[in-house]
Design a protein around this ligand. Sequence first.
Ligand SMILES: Cc1cc2nc3c(=O)[nH]c(=O)nc-3n(C[C@H](O)[C@H](O)[C@H](O)COP(=O)(O)OP(=O)(O)OC[C@H]3O[C@@H](n4cnc5c(N)ncnc54)[C@H](O)[C@@H]3O)c2cc1C
Length: 803
Amino acid sequence: MKSHYRAVVIGGGVVGTSVLYHLAKFGWTDVCLIERSVLTAGSSWHAAGGFHALNADPNIASLQAYTIDLLSEIEQESGQSVGMHMTGGMTLAGTPDRWEWLQSAYRTFQSIGIDDCRLITPEEAGDLCPIMSTDGILGGMWADREGYVDTTGTVHAYAGAAKKRGAEVIEHNRVLELVQTKDGWDVVTEKGTIHTEHVVNAAGLWAKQVGRMAGVELPVSPLNHHYLISDTIPELEQLDFEVPMTVDLEGFTYMRQDQKGLLLGIYEIDHEHWMMDGAPWEYGFELQQEDTDRIERELTLGFERYPALQEVGVKTWVNGAFTFAPDGNPLVGPVRGKPGYWCACGVMAGFLQGGGVGKSLAEWIIHGEPEADVFGMDVARFGPFAENKQYIRETTGQFYTRRFVMTYPNEQLPAGRPLKKAPAYSDMTAAGCRWGVSYGLEIPLYFAPSAAFVETPTLKRSNAFDIVAAECKAVRTAVGLLDISGFSRFEVSGDGVEAWLNTIMASTLPKPGRARLAPMLSEQGRLKGDLTVFNWGDGTWWIMGSYYLREWHKRWFEDHSGADVAVTDLSDATVGFSLSGPNSLRVLEKLTDGAIADLPFMGCGVFDIGMLRVKVGRLSVSGELGYEIHCAATEHITLRDTLLAAGADCGMREVGFSALLSLRLEKSFGIWSTEFTQGYSAAQTGMDRWIDWDKGDFIGRDAAQKEHNSGGPGQVVVTLEVDALDADASGYEPVWNGDKRVGFVTSGGYGHTVGKSLALAMVDRDVASEGTALSVHIVGLERPAKVIAPSPYDPTGQAMRGR
Ligand SMILES: Cc1cc2nc3c(=O)[nH]c(=O)nc-3n(C[C@H](O)[C@H](O)[C@H](O)COP(=O)(O)OP(=O)(O)OC[C@H]3O[C@@H](n4cnc5c(N)ncnc54)[C@H](O)[C@@H]3O)c2cc1C
C-alpha cells in the first residue's frame, strides 16, 4: 500500500471492483481498492447472480445491457471465470394490464436498441421452461441475453482485470476515517493513511457509515431478501438444457436453475428493513435466519408455478441484506460540497448494474461527466429532505414491496408523502386538488369535481381525461390559476454576477426588467439546464428551473462558482401562482394600479397585487398570455385568495400540471427530462436557437460550435400527430418509417384544445420534414403518425406574445 493514490475505492464488492476496473481501463492506473475483509464480504457473496434486461428507466436498462456484454470481457481479461450461464430469460405477465405493459416494455427496448427480445405465448413459455406451470400466464417477453453468473468469480474477475491494468487491491484493511484536505482526502485505514484526490464510497451494506465519515447522510437502507435452493429435481436431470432465468411478476418470484435444482428468489410483500444505520463492522459472511411465515404467500405462488418444488426439499435458505435508495435506483456521482467524494452505492442489483455504474462513475471522475444520461441514478436527484430516517424507511420499503407490482403511469404512490407542502395545500385540497410529488414537494395535478372521484390506474387515457380537458379549455378561453411553488428559484447577486452568468449560460443575458430562456451546457456541449434567467433591474438576478433539479443544479453552480457572486436557493422560501389565458391581464388589472398592461412578453418587475408586493414575470408555458407571480411562502394563501376573488367573474379555474403538460405539447414546447436531458446537445433539441454565438466564451461553447459548424446532429426533435385510439404516447415508444426504426417518442399526450393526440419525437433528420408518414407503437399497438409543423396551437405565437 502506498501513501498516495489518485483515487481510492472503498469496498470490494461487485460495485467497487467494477469502479476500480473502469478507472484502470480508462487510463487511471494509480488507483487502489480498500476492502475491510476479503473481496465479496458484503452483499456480493450471497447474491443469486441473476441478470435480466428489464428496468423501468430506459437509460438504466441500457447500462444493464452494457454490464451483460462486459461480463465476458472481464472474464477474458482477468482469466478468472465468471461462471456465465447465458440461459436466456423470460418475464411473465399474469394479468391483462401487465401483458399490455410488457408489450409496451418490449417496444421501449426496441427504442433503446435492445433487439434481442421477443414476445412469447404461454405455450412457448411452457416449452422453454418445461418444469413451469403456465396457469394464469397471458404472455411473456423472452430475452436472449439473460441468465446468471457465479458471484464470487465475477467480483474476482473485475478485480483481477483491474489489477492486470495496474490497479491495486488491499484486503483486510478497514477504512476508519475520512478527512477532507485542501486538495482531496486523507483515507485513514487500519494499515495507515492514504492521501488521494478522489475517494469512492462503494461500501454497499456499510455505505451509510462511509457516508457519515465524510459528513454525508445518504438516503439508503438495507432490506432483507430471501431465496431458496432446492434439492435435485428429477425432471431437470432429464433435460439436456438449462431452464431460463424466469421472472413471474404476479408471483413475486424469480427463478433460475442451480445445478440440478432450482433457485427461487422472493420479493417480499411484507418487507423487512435490516440495520438502517448500516451493517455492524464485524458482519460479513453471515446470513439472517429465514422467515418462511413472512413470505408464505409468495412461496405458495412460487411452489404452484414450479410444482416440482412441492416434491423435493430445500437444500439451502439464503436470507441476506442488500441496499436500496428510495426509488430503487443506485446512488452514483459526486456529492455537492464534498469535492472529490464520490458515491457508487445503493446498488440493489450489482451483478446487473455494477458494470454500468462503474463505467459511468469512472467517466465522471476522469472526464467530468458520464457518457450516458444517468440522472436516474445520480445521487443529486435527492436533497436533504431524503436524509430523514422515516422517509427512507417508507420509500425504500415501498420500492421493495412493489418491485414486481405493476405501477401505472398515472398512479400516485403514498410512501414518504405528504412531506413538503406549499402553504395553500390545504385550501387547494379542499378545492379538489389531486397531488403528485416532485423532490418531496406536493404539486397539483388537477382539480377533481368531487371528493368521491377516484382516478383509475391505467396505461391508457384515464377517467381524469375530461377534467384535464376542461382545465385546458379554461386556460385557452378564459384564465387558469396554477400553483407554481414547484419551480426552483436561485437568486444571484454580487459584482461578478454578469460575468458569471455569461460564463455558465450559453444565451445572451436579459436586460434590466426582462427575462430570457437560457440553455446551460456542459464542457462537452450537452445540456445542463433549460433555465430562465431574470434580471430584476436592481442588481439581483434569478435563475429559475425545475424544482426536482435543485440539488443537481446547485452542485453544478458550486462546481463552477465565480468571483464575487452569491447564489442563494430561494426555492422553499419563495412560492407563487401563475395566471394564463386571455383574461389573465383583466384579473391583474383589477388588483394593481401598476403598469401591468405595459409589461412586455418576457418582461419582469415588482408589482403590488392586492395587499402583496410581489415579483411578476410575463411568461407562459401554456402558450397563452400569462404571468408568473412570485411571493413569500407566508403570502401564498393570501395570493391565491386574492387572485381567485378577482378572477371569479373572468371564468377563472384552478388548474394543475396535467393540463399544463397538454397545453405545452400543443405548443411543441420541450421540457426537462423528456425533450431536454443531459444526454442531448443543444442542437439536437432546438435549444441552440437560444445560444448567443457572438458573445465571448461560455462553458460548452467549443463543443456546441463544432456541432453547429458540422451541419448539426443526425437526429432532431419533431412534432407528431398520432392516429391514436384510447391511449396516447408517453415516452420512449419507437417511431417507424415502414420497417425501419427512425427514432423514439420523447413525450406525448392528448392535445385537448386542438383535439389531437400529439407526441414530440427524436427522429432521424431525413424523416423530419413536415408531412412525412411514420408510425408509433402505443401500449404495444402500432398506430399511424405524421410529422406536423411545430406548435399545432397558435403557430405564430400571437396569443402568448400579442398585446
Ligand atoms: C439474497 C440476495 C440475492 C441477490 N440476488 C441478486 C441477483 O440475482 N442479481 C443481482 O444483480 N443482485 C442481486 N443481489 C444484490 C447484490 O448482492 C448487490 O446489489 C451487490 O452485492 C451490491 O454490491 P456492492 O459492491 O454495492 O456492495 P457489497 O457487496 O455490500 O460490498 C461492499 C464492500 O465494502 C466493504 N466495506 C464496507 N465498509 C468498508 C470500510 N469502511 N473499509 C473497507 N471496506 C469496506 C465491505 O466489506 C464489502 O465487501 C442480491 C442480494 C441478496 C441479499
